[in-house]
Ligand binder design. Structure first.
Ligand code: GRF
Length: 228
């Protein structure tokens, strides 16, 4: 697979205009909430400009509305092909001049058509330490069940750029989370989610400050001093 080389967004030094985030969701949106809260607190030079859901009536949409963030529901079943569905997403994201697309509990795998439209500008979060317990079929509680069934002592969270595969793009940040002897899927998922709410805003901050330099699969974090 071909990877790109470079610094995302070419955003370094000076006073940065706010990075415009478009967030894709399909569910409860607790990661969306952590990003909205960090944006409002000025944690990073970025703002959520639109939230798009692949499902109707999900709580993520309520969260966006409470913060006066525009929302859209784009249902895949209303489109003849995946490309037509994704063209609608691309149209909406471009109409809001989105700089970075954030997948936050978005359950569909995006096709190469979409990935090429936002090459190097799509992030995903996955609730395990990639490349373990990831890829096709590993989503939601299935990930944590597989972790418990396997008996690993450490799991974690990965934030990565999205490429044309499922959970295969260059890794930006990872954080380990211990698995406890008495964990259930629910207790483990809750502990992992807490870490998700910390690490996703950190990755967005690094991107927004122009501090992510990618070379093939490897993403280097440029120190704050070197980025000035
Ligand atoms: C999170 O565990 C995320 O890693 C996964 O889906 C879950 C979404 O949670 N991709 P939420 O909708 O952000 O609460």
């Amino acid at each position: 697979m071909d990877y790109w080389t470079g610094i995302y967004g070419e955003r370094r030094g000076g006073i940065l205009p706010k990075l415009r985030l478009g967030i894709l969701v399909s569910g409860g949106g607790s990661n969306l909430q952590s990003i909205i809260d960090k944006a409002e607190a000025g944690y990073f030079p970025a703002e959520v400009v639109v939230v798009i859901s692949s499902k109707q009536d999900v709580y993520a949409l309520e969260r966006a509305k409470k913060h006066n963030i525009p929302t859209a529901v784009v249902l895949p079943k209303n489109y003849k092909t995946r490309e037509e569905y994704e063209d609608e997403l691309i149209k909406i994201l471009n109409s809001y001049n989105v700089d970075l697309v954030i997948l936050a509990g978005y359950i569909r795998v995006l096709s190469p058509h979409f990935v090429r439209a936002f090459q190097g500008k799509i992030m995903n979060i996955h609730p395990s330490l990639i490349p373990a317990f990831c890829g096709e079929g590993f989503y939601g509680e299935k990930v944590h069940k597989a972790v418990l069934d396997y008996g690993v002592k450490l799991t974690g969270v990965t934030v990565h750029f999205v490429d044309e595969g499922a959970d295969t793009g260059p890794i930006i940040l990872q954080r380990a989370v211990p698995v406890k002897d008495d964990d259930t899927v629910e207790t483990l998922a809750a502990r992992v989610l807490e870490e998700e709410h910390r690490i996703y805003p950190e990755a967005i901050k690094l991107f927004a400050e122009g501090r992510l330099e990618t070379n093939g699969r490897r993403v280097k974090i440029i120190s704050k001093e070197d980025s000035q």
